[in-house]
Design a binder for this molecule. Structure first.
Ligand code: MET
Ligand SMILES: [Zn+2]
Length: 782
C-alpha cells in the first residue's frame, strides 16, 4: 500500500451541483430513460466530481473517496454484502448479486412489498435504509459495482479510495429481520459479516484500490461505544494479511465521525486499540468529538492519524488559525480531513449569486472545505516555516472571522437585550387543569375532538401559482386572491367532512421552515444549496447567520381569514424553534441555546398576534425535537433543557383559555417522553399509526396528563384506512389515554397526498370517531 494521503475528505456531495443525480435517477424510475442512460449519467457525474476534486488539489493517490451511492451508502454496503431480506429473496441475480432494479426495489418497495425502513443517520437530517439481518441472512462478497467504479477511474489515471460502512456500524444500524428470535441481535452475525467484508476488500484491491475506507461512526454513540471490543475483533480479522493473496491487502482506513469513538473519558483509546488490531489509518472527529489524548496518539505507532478538523456538517469557514494550533498541539504526524463526509453540505459557495454581502465571505461549502483541508495539511507539512500562501489563507480566515463578528445584523442590541431579560415566568403557564377547564368552555368541543396536522394537499395548481408568483407572472394581488380561494376551499371541505378543529391548509408555505426563515430577520436563502435528505430527495436549508427577530406578523392574515369563514375553531400554525434550527444551517459563533431563545421570542411575537386576532388554538410543530438529541446520554439533559425551554418561551405568553398544540413525527419518541411532557402543550399530536399506538401507552405510563392525539393513520402512502381500522386504533389509544385526553388526527400533515385519498381517509376518521363516541363513550358520559 502507498502512504496515506496528507489531505483528504471522508465523502463528497453525491447529488451533483445542479442535482444531476436526482434528475437521472428519477427519470429512470419514471421509465423515461434506460439503465444504460442512468449509468452513463452517473458516470459523467463521477468523472466531473473527480476532476473537480483534483482541480481543487486533491491529487495524492487515494485522496479522493469513491462514495458514489445512487441512493444511499448503507444500501450500497447491503448490496456489496448481498444481504437481502427474505421477502426480497427473489430479486437476487444468479450469483446472489443485487442488480440495479433490485437495489431500487429495496429502497422504494413495490406493489407487494414495503421497502427497507428509512431512519435518520445519527443526529443529522440524512436518512439511510435500515438493513434487516436475521440468523439466516446470507452474506457474500459482491462488490462488483464498487470495484467497477475503482477500475474505471484507474483506467482514467486516478486511484480512488472506495468507501464502505464498516462491519460494526453496519450491524449496529441494522434491525433484526422479521421472524428472528427475541434474543437475536444483528451484531451476533459479526463473524459471518466480517468474512464477507474480507472478500469485498479483496475484490476492491483486485480492482486497484490501495486504501479502503470503512466508516464506523456507530462507535461514537452511547450504544455503539460499548462495541469497541467487537470492532477490535473485526479489524484484527480484516487486517490479517493471511486472508489475502500475497501482498494484496490494501490499507484499511477506519473513520469515526459524529463524536468521540469509545469511552468519552478516554478519547483516542478506541483508536489506539484499532491501531493495535492492525488498522493502518484511523480518523477522529475533532469538531464534535474530543481531541485524542497524547498517550493514545503515541500508542498509534505506525498507524496514521487522520485529524477530522474541517466541519463536514456546517457551512461556515474554518477558523484556520485555531485549527492549525490544534494540529500543532497534537505533536504527531497527522493527515488532515473533514470531520464527516461532506454529504451534509452544498457543493459550492461560488454558485450563489443572491446571498447578501458579505455573507459569502464567511461561508465554506464542500469545495471550499476541500481547500481548507489542503491548506491545513500544507501547514502541517511546513511546520513553523509557513509558506506565504498558507500564511495568506490563514490571514484571510482571520479577516473573515473579524468581519463576521463586527458585521451589522450579527449581534443586534435589541435582540440581545430581550434574550438577556428572559425570566422563568416567561416560560410558565397557569396550571394545566385550569387551562383545560377554561379552554373547554371557550372551545366547547365534543369528546375525542377530530383535527388534522396543518397542511392540505399541495396540488400542482398550488405549486404552479407559487412558481408564477416567484417569477413575477402572477402579481401579489392575484397570488393573494388565489391563496384565499384555496383556503376557503379547504375550510369548506373540512366543514363538509365534519372535523371539529380546522386548519387553513398552509398553501402559502413552500416549506415549514423556509417559510419562517423568509419572514424572520437573520436568515438567508441559497439558490443551489441543496443537500441530500434521502434517495433523490433534497432540501435547501436556509442559513441562520444573524440575530433573529420577526419584523411583522405574517401568518396572522391567513389564519384570521380562515377563521372568518367558519364558526369552528381554526388553529394558528407555526413551526417550533428546535425544528427551525434543526432544518437550517445555524450560526456557529454562539451556543445553540442562545439562538433557540432568539427564534423562540420571534415566534412568541407571532403567537401573541394570533391570540390578539381572536385565534383560540395555536399549534407549534416540533417534529425535529428528537433529531437534535445528542448521541451521548450525558449530553441529553442539557439539550432537553434548552430545547424544551425554547418551546415554552414561544408559547407561554398566552391566556389560560388559549389552547397550545404541538406536533411530533418522524421518530421514535420513547426516549424523549419527559421532554414532550416538558413542552407543556395542551394538546400533543404525535405519529403513532405505524407503531400501533405504542406511544400512547408510553405517554400513559409516564403519567402525561394533557391532550394527546396519537396519529390514527399513516400519511406516507396514498392508502385509505378503513373506518374499522381507525376505530380499532382509537380503542387501543382509548385504553391507555382515556377519553378526557384523547384527540383524533392523522400522523402528520397532508401536503404530499392527493385530494381523493385525503377526503376518503378523513371521512373514515370522522366516521370511526363517531362510532367510538357512541359505542364506547355512551356508557360513561364525560
Ligand atoms: C413534518 S410535520 C408537518 C407539520 C405541518 N403543520 C404540516 O402539516 O405539514
Ligand atoms: Zn409531522
Amino acid at each position: 500500500m502507498t502512504t496515506f494521503p496528507n489531505a483528504t475528505i471522508l465523502g463528497y456531495p453525491r447529488i451533483g451541483p445542479r442535482r444531476e443525480l436526482k434528475r437521472a435517477v428519477e427519470s429512470y424510475w419514471a421509465g423515461r430513460s434506460t439503465e444504460a442512460e442512468l449509468e452513463s449519467a452517473a458516470a459523467s457525474l463521477q468523472d466531473a466530481t473527480v476532476e473537480r476534486l483534483r482541480a481543487l488539489g486533491l491529487t495524492e493517490s487515494s485522496a479522493i473517496p469513491a462514495d458514489f451511492a445512487l441512493y444511499d451508502q448503507v444500501l450500497d454496503t447491503t448490496a456489496a454484502l448481498g444481504a437481502l431480506p427474505a421477502r426480497f429473496a427473489d430479486l437476487a441475480g444468479p450469483g446472489g448479486e443485487i442488480g440495479l432494479d433490485a437495489y431500487f426495489t429495496l429502497a422504494r418497495g413495490d406493489a407487494e412489498r414495503a421497502p427497507l425502513e428509512m431512519t435518520k443517520w445519527f443526529d443529522t437530517n440524512y436518512h439511510y435504509l435500515v438493513p434487516e439481518i436475521g440468523p439466516e441472512t446470507s452474506f457474500a462478497a459482491l462488490a462488483d459495482r464498487l470495484a467497477g467504479i475503482v477500475r474505471r477511474h484507474r483506467a482514467r489515471g486516478a486511484t480512488l479510495r472506495p468507501v464502505l460502512v464498516g462491519p460494526v456500524t453496519y450491524l449496529l444500524l441494522a434491525k433484526a429481520a422479521d421472524g428472528a428470535p427475541e434474543t437475536f441481535r444483528p451484531i451476533d452475525r459479526l463473524n459471518d459479516v466480517v468474512a464477507a467484508y474480507r472478500g469485498v476488500i479483496a475484490q476492491l484491491a483486485d480492482a486497484g484500490a490501495d486504501w479502503v475506507q470503512l466508516d464506523e461512526p456507530a462507535l461514537t454513540t452511547e450504544h455503539g461505544s460499548a462495541h469497541v471490543d467487537d470492532a477490535v475483533l473485526a479489524y484484527r480479522e480484516l487486517a490479517d494479511a493471511a486472508g489475502y493473496d500475497a501482498g494484496t491487502r490494501p490499507g484499511l482506513f477506519v473513520t469515526t465521525g459524529y463524536g468521540t469513538a469509545g469511552d468519552p473519558a478516554a478519547p483516542g483509546q478506541a483508536l489506539a486499540e484499532l491501531a493495535a488490531a492492525g488498522v493502518d489509518a484511523v480518523h477522529a472527529d475533532l469538531v464534535r468529538g474530543a481531541r485524542p489524548g497524547t498517550e493514545a496518539l503515541q500508542a498509534l505507532g505506525d498507524t496514521r492519524f487522520v485529524a477530522g478538523i474541517v466541519d463536514g456538517r456546517n457551512v461556515w469557514r474554518n477558523d484556520l488559525a485555531a485549527s492549525a494550533d490544534l494540529l500543532t498541539s497534537l505533536e504527531a504526524d497527522a493527515s488532515v480531513a473533514t470531520s464527516t463526509s461532506l454529504l451534509h453540505v452544498p457543493h459550492d459557495v461560488a454558485a450563489e449569486t443572491n446571498l447578501p454581502s458579505p455573507l459569502p465571505h464567511w461561508l465554506a461549502f464542500a469545495d471550499q472545505k476541500v481547500s481548507e483541508v489542503l491548506t491545513l495539511a500544507a501547514g502541517v507539512e511546513q511546520g513553523p516555516n509557513r509558506s506565504a500562501e498558507v500564511a495568506a489563507q490563514i490571514q484571510e480566515s482571520e479577516d473573515a472571522k473579524a468581519e463576521r463578528a463586527a458585521a451589522e445584523g450579527v449581534r443586534r442590541a435589541e435582540v440581545r437585550q430581550r434574550t438577556a431579560a428572559i425570566t422563568t415566568e416567561d416560560a410558565t403557564r397557569a396550571d394545566a387543569a385550569d387551562r383545560a377547564a377554561a379552554q373547554a368552555e371557550r372551545l366547547s368541543l365534543p369528546a375525542l375532538p377530530t383535527t388534522t396536522i396543518g397542511s392540505f394537499p399541495q396540488t400542482g395548481e398550488v405549486r404552479k401559482a407559487r412558481a408564477a408568483h416567484r417569477a413575477g407572472s402572477l402579481t401579489n394581488e392575484e397570488y393573494d386572491e388565489f391563496l384565499r380561494a384555496e383556503i376557503k376551499r379547504v375550510i369548506d371541505l373540512q366543514e363538509e367532512i365534519g372535523l371539529d378543529v380546522l386548519v387553513h391548509g398552509e398553501p402559502e408555505r413552500n416549506d415549514m421552515v423556509q417559510y419562517f426563515a423568509e419572514n424572520f430577520d437573520g436568515f438567508a436563502a441559497t439558490e443551489h444549496g441543496w443537500v441530500q435528505s434521502y434517495g433523490s430527495r433534497c432540501t435547501r436549508p436556509s442559513i441562520l447567520w444573524g440575530d433573529v427577530s420577526r419584523p411583522e406578523a405574517f401568518t396572522v392574515p391567513w389564519i384570521e381569514y380562515a377563521q372568518s369563514l367558519t364558526q369552528k375553531p381554526v388553529k394558528g400554525m407555526l413551526t417550533g424553534p428546535v425544528t427551525i434550527l434543526a432544518w437550517s444551517f445555524v450560526r456557529n459563533d454562539q451556543p445553540l441555546a442562545e439562538t433557540a431563545n432568539q427564534v423562540a421570542l420571534a415566534l412568541r411575537d407571532e403567537v401573541a398576534d394570533l391570540e390578539a386576532a381572536g385565534i383560540a388554538a395555536i399549534q407549534v410543530d416540533e417534529p425535529a425535537l428528537r433529531e437534535l438529541l445528542p448521541l451521548r446520554a450525558a449530553d441529553q439533559p442539557a439539550y432537553l433543557d434548552w430545547s424544551v425551554n425554547a418551546f415554552r418561551l414561544a408559547t407561554s405568553s398566552v391566556r389560560v383559555d388559549t389552547q397550545i398544540h404541538t406536533h411530533l413525527c418522524y421518530s421514535e419518541f420513547g426516549e424523549v417522553i419527559s421532554g414532550i411532557d416538558g413542552l407543556n402543550a395542551d394538546v400533543t399530536s404525535i405519529e403513532a399509526a405505524r407503531s400501533k399506538m405504542e406511544v400512547a401507552a408510553d405517554l400513559q405510563e409516564f403519567g402525561f396528563g394533557r391532550g394527546v392525539g396519537p396519529g390514527v393513520y399513516d400519511i406516507h402512502s396514498p392508502r385509505v384506512p378503513s373506518a374499522g381500522e381507525v376505530e380499532e386504533l382509537l380503542r387501543i389509544a382509548l385504553a391507555s389515554v382515556g377519553e378526557r385526553q384523547l384527540w383524533v388526527n392523522p400522523d402528520c400533515g397532508l401536503k404530499t397526498r392527493g385530494y381523493e385519498e385525503t377526503v376518503a381517509s378523513l371521512k373514515n376518521l370522522v366516521a370511526a370517531t363517531a362510532s367510538v363516541r357512541s359505542v364506547d363513550l355512551a356508557a360513561q358520559p364525560a
